[in-house]
Design a protein around this ligand. Structure first.
Ligand code: HSE
Length: 285
């Protein structure tokens, strides 16, 4: 069987709603494929009991159909569903890479982005590519007007994942459809700062640039303990904290020297409100 590892991702990064994304070193899904007359999907690993194996209902089924590449597909989930860490995107990206190779389709990673995004449409109702792009390309990605720009980046982060779940559909329903000009100006400034920070591998600029007054405040209300966890992470040395994707994962940017303290502070803060969590100390890359 042909095997592909597809990394978790964190989208939005606060100021870059539906635009920015980063690949994370851990966790990851592993996708194995072999040719078959019809697509069959099996899912194991974390949260696999919540993932449909019917190809018509699974992100990976949509990818197999788009590539006209029927296969036996085994997904070993390392990225928990409904976590905010791009779980469905990791499976879709991994399947796109694996099936492209299995059937010698010859598509580039960039060309696989819209194909993998088709799978996302099944989950959230929209084919947004801000998770599949970094899972396919690595580093920091910008999806703007259908065009993907990628830069390599290396930024230490902590992705803290509470045991609670938030569905992407629910999190999209609270996104406001209007914003004041001053909030838009602030957010554009922050997004630009963040993008420059990524090119310089500068945790200070990236952390500051994650501030967002438009989408993030509406979404934090869906995450029990968010304010407490954010404060704890900042006190422990994080340079910025925001919701990871649609949540409930929380992403903190930091310097390597404070990564461990930030992870511990976030877990303790969730614990203080009675929520178990785990923290991935990892790197954008
Ligand atoms: N940009 C998307 C959102 C990512 O925040 O809704 C979720 O998968």
């Amino acid at each position: 069987m042909l095997t592909v590892r597809a990394p978790a991702t964190s989208a939005n990064l606060g100021s870059g709603f539906d635009v920015f994304g980063v690949a994370l070193g851990t966790p990851a899904d592993v996708v194995r494929v072999e040719r078959a007359p019809e697509t069959e999907i099996s899912v194991t690993g974390v949260g696999s009991q919540y993932i449909p194996e019917d190809p018509a209902k699974n992100t990976v089924g949509a990818v197999a159909e788009a590539l006209d590449a029927p296969a036996r597909i085994c997904i070993d989930k390392g990225v928990r569903p409904s976590s905010g860490l791009g779980s469905s995107a990791a499976s879709a990206a991994g399947a796109a890479v694996a099936l492209n190779e299995l059937y010698d389709r010859g598509l580039s990673r960039e060309e696989l982005v819209p194909i993998a995004a088709e799978g996302e449409a099944l989950v959230s109702g929209e084919a947004h590519a801000d998770n599949v792009a970094p899972s396919l390309l690595g580093g920091f990605t910008i999806v703007a007007d259908g065009v993907v720009t990628q830069v390599d980046a290396s930024i230490p982060v902590v992705a803290c994942l509470p045991e609670t779940t938030v569905s992407t559909r629910d999190a999209r329903q609270v996104v406001p459809d209007r914003a004041s000009l001053s909030d838009v100006v602030d957010t554009v400034g922050n997004a630009a700062t963040l993008a420059v920070g990524m090119t310089r591998n500068d945790p200070e600029l990236v952390g500051r640039g994650m501030e967002d007054a438009i989408v993030t405040p509406e979404r934090t209300a869906l995450i029990d303990g968010y304010d407490r966890v954010r404060e704890a992470a900042l006190e422990a040395g994080a340079t910025g904290v925001t919701v990871s994707g649609a949540g409930p994962g929380i992403l903190a940017v930091c310097y390597p020297s404070s990564q461990r303290a930030v992870a511990g502070a976030m877990i303790d803060a969730f614990d203080a409100v009675g929520i178990e969590s785990r923290a991935y100390q990892t790197t954008v890359g």
